[in-house]
Design a protein around this ligand. Structure first.
Ligand SMILES: Nc1ncnc2c1ncn2[C@@H]1O[C@H](COP(=O)(O)OP(=O)(O)OP(=O)(O)O)[C@@H](O)[C@H]1O
Length: 235
């Protein structure tokens, strides 16, 4: 089972305690809605889990191994993906962006070409494959970033405000991509200020409140109502 375990995590900026967590687990197949008011540390937590910034103290255990810098050398690179709400795109075309990680993972050329085509279609970007990624609109950039993750099918995917500032059609396309990944077993950790189609996929919650991160079941009633509309959308 692919999983990331977090033990005795503490995050401070200077003297300011942002959050603490005793024990959390994020595994393949999990669907977790990360909730918390503005400034409670949702983005910071995701960056810590992605290895982009170090925690003040605590332990991250990936596949049974404790490494402070496991993401730099590990064969698991690309297995855990963090998507910021303002995603970084590579200099080059949309196609280059979609192919980049698959090429580095030595995916077969045929499979990569199939997945890049499928991802471009799902993201509604097939007419922009040769366009420079830096010329895309904000919504197109967000769709491209999720499509890029979709190509490599990560085991764990962290989505930071995935549908903020998106119109209805973009939200529908993104939901379809994320739902497909979920069906394929990708674990999801999703931060969002409002419930949406993607949070409706979640069955657990991590709540940051009073500088503590606690986990529990997610309000399934709300989730199931929204998931009904998801079936309509994706069928
Ligand atoms: N590098 C840093 N140095 C000092 N303070 C920081 C740093 N990065 C973030 N912070 C502070 O930590 C707090 C949490 O920021 P973070 O972006 O993680 O919150 P958030 O829960 O994602 O907020 P929002 O819901 O508004 O997006 C904020 O007050 C922010 O200013």
């Amino acid at each position: 089972m692919v999983q990331l375990k977090i033990n005795k995590l503490c995050m401070q900026f200077g003297d300011r305690l942002l959050f603490k967590a005793d024990a959390l687990q994020f595994a393949k197949g999990d669907t977790i809605f990360l909730q918390g008011d503005n400034g409670t540390g949702k983005t910071t937590l995701m960056k810590v889990l992605a290895g982009l910034i170090p925690a003040t103290s605590g332990e991250l255990v990936w596949q049974g191994q404790t490494h402070t810098k496991w993401w730099q050398k590990s064969p698991q690179l690309g297995k855990l993906v963090y998507l910021h709400q303002h995603p970084y795109l590579y200099e080059g075309s949309v196609k280059y962006n979609l192919s980049f990680a698959g090429r580095h993972q030595k995916m077969s050329g045929k499979l990569l070409a199939q997945r890049v085509d499928a991802a471009a279609k799902m993201a509604g970007l097939e007419h922009l494959l040769d366009a420079n990624a830096s010329n895309l609109s904000g919504g197109e950039r967000q769709r491209l970033a999720i499509a890029r993750a979709w190509v490599i099918q990560p085991d764990l995917l962290m989505l930071d405000e995935p549908v903020s500032n998106m119109d209805k059609e973009s939200r529908r396309l993104v939901l379809e991509m994320v739902h497909t990944l979920k069906r394929q077993g990708t674990g999801l950790l999703v931060s969002s200020h409002q419930t949406c189609g993607i949070t409706a996929l979640c069955r657990q919650t991590w709540q940051i409140e009073n500088q503590r991160i606690t986990s529990g079941p997610f309000n399934t009633e709300q989730g199931s109502v929204q998931e009904e509309s998801l079936h309509v959308i994706t069928s």
